[in-house]
Design a protein around this ligand. Structure first.
Ligand SMILES: Cc1cc2nc3c(=O)[nH]c(=O)nc-3n(C[C@H](O)[C@H](O)[C@H](O)COP(=O)(O)OP(=O)(O)OC[C@H]3O[C@@H](n4cnc5c(N)ncnc54)[C@H](O)[C@@H]3O)c2cc1C
Length: 373
């Protein structure tokens, strides 16, 4: 059987689903091919922050891109909820980074100063708060909290519901979702466009191709002259039993979900494709969370998991169009929740129009060639 589409999106994680919905929303005939339940899926294990305050040191364009995505999030949330009938619990009350010593607070303040001293980075309106000012906004903090950074632009969402909403909206917009459809080989057609060969000999054809396969991208990208320099980076998360609301703001490593559980996160580990949890790391995360909010010591942890981030060499997204195979695009990033809006509402229309705007040039993988030259 041979199917023919305007666009084939490979990967049904948050990045692929946001792009696929954006393309279908623009009136394109789109297929989303997704590997299946045994694949590594960053999108099912994330921390769900829509985070601005720490993004962009070393690449001002990323600070601006993140900021624009987060500014557009409220409108996006309204639209995706209406398109899917899935409530996603988006909020933007601002967010905190807590410091458990003066040294940590100084390090964080210095980091933000360096970020903002870069040319073209807009003010975030963040504030450095001492213990008392932090306690006024987060009454549950412990004595060890020396202070915090508060940024009014930060927020969060229920990321699993967002994931579901994108998939529902995509299919309602006429998109075809193919699970258990691992793409093995990509060929180009002589008349233009792409021929994707999957397991079991399935063939899908499309005029354009978007690689959004997370940690599966490197293998696919090299087949069509694109370069996906990404690696897995493990993050572990703990979730407590549900409790009455006590945390009105997300903290970078601690948030209370709309359902009441407290998520404690999230480690940064270079362990290759090992996605197992380890009690030592979980215990360290729990101890830090209890120092920040002592009453958490009385709660039971009911779930924990590890998931693999999709991390580029410099930590910034890669958005590229192939020069070798016209109509092929690569999209990857490690903040697929935060950037879901940018991917669906800004990047997808560019792909639909057949051209990435010049503003996205800093995100090309060509940036990795500069030191080599
Ligand atoms: C612990 C952790 C915490 C995080 N916290 C946040 C956060 O707070 N805020 C935020 O914005 N982001 C966060 N993220 C990142 C966010 O979840 C990722 O940016 C996002 O999930 C990456 O999405 P993706 O779609 O690129 O990759 P994935 O979710 O991994 O999806 C890739 C998909 O491609 C498919 N695939 C792979 N190879 C093939 C193939 N050959 N053929 C067909 N399909 C294929 C897989 O089946 C998979 O479904 C976090 C991630 C982790 C792991």
């Amino acid at each position: 059987m041979r199917d023919n589409f305007d666009d084939a999106v490979v990967g049904g994680g948050l990045v692929g689903a946001a792009i696929a919905w954006g393309l279908a929303r623009a009136g394109r005939r789109v297929v989303m091919l997704d590997e299946g339940d045994i694949a590594y899926r960053a999108s099912r294990g994330n921390f769900a922050l829509i985070w601005v305050q720490s993004k962009g040191l070393g690449m001002p364009a990323y600070a601006a891109w993140t900021r624009a995505s987060s500014d557009a999030w409220a409108g996006f949330a309204t639209e995706i909820e209406a398109a899917s009938d899935v409530a996603i619990a988006h909020r933007r009350p601002g967010g905190f980074t807590l410091a458990l010593s003066e040294t940590e607070l100084e390090a964080r303040t210095g980091f933000l100063a360096r970020l903002h001293n870069q040319p073209g980075v807009a003010a975030l309106g963040h504030r450095v708060l001492d213990h008392a000012a932090t306690k006024a906004m987060l009454p549950g903090i412990g004595r060890e909290v020396a202070g915090s950074i508060y940024c009014p632009l930060d927020g969060d969402v229920n990321a699993l519901k967002l994931f579901r909403a994108l998939h529902v909206a995509f299919q309602r917009a006429g998109g075809a979702y193919r699970p258990n459809a691992r793409v093995l080989r990509i060929g180009t057609r002589s008349a233009g466009g792409f021929r994707l060969e999957g397991e079991g000999g399935s063939i899908v054809e499309a005029a354009q191709l978007v690689l959004a396969a997370g940690n599966g991208n490197p293998e696919l990208a090299r087949q069509i002259g694109l370069e996906a320099r990404v690696r897995p980076q493990r993050g572990q998360i703990l979730v407590t039993e549900k409790v009455a609301p006590f945390l009105t703001y997300p903290v970078v490593n601690l948030r209370q979900t709309d359902e009441g559980g407290v998520m404690i996160g999230d480690s940064l580990e270079e362990v290759g494709f090992d996605d197992a949890t380890s009690p030592g790391i979980g215990a360290a995360m729990a101890r830090r969370a209890i120092r920040a909010f002592p009453h958490l010591a009385g709660l039971s942890v009911v779930r924990s998991w590890a998931a693999l981030r999709v991390m580029s060499e410099d930590g910034f997204p890669i958005y590229d169009a192939s020069t070798e195979a016209k109509g092929a695009y690569l999209v990857t990033c490690h903040s697929g929740v935060t950037l879901a809006t940018a991917h669906a509402l800004t990047l997808a229309p560019m792909i639909a129009a057949g051209r990435l705007a010049a503003t996205l040039a800093p995100f090309s993988a060509r940036r990795f060639h500069v030191p080599a030259r």
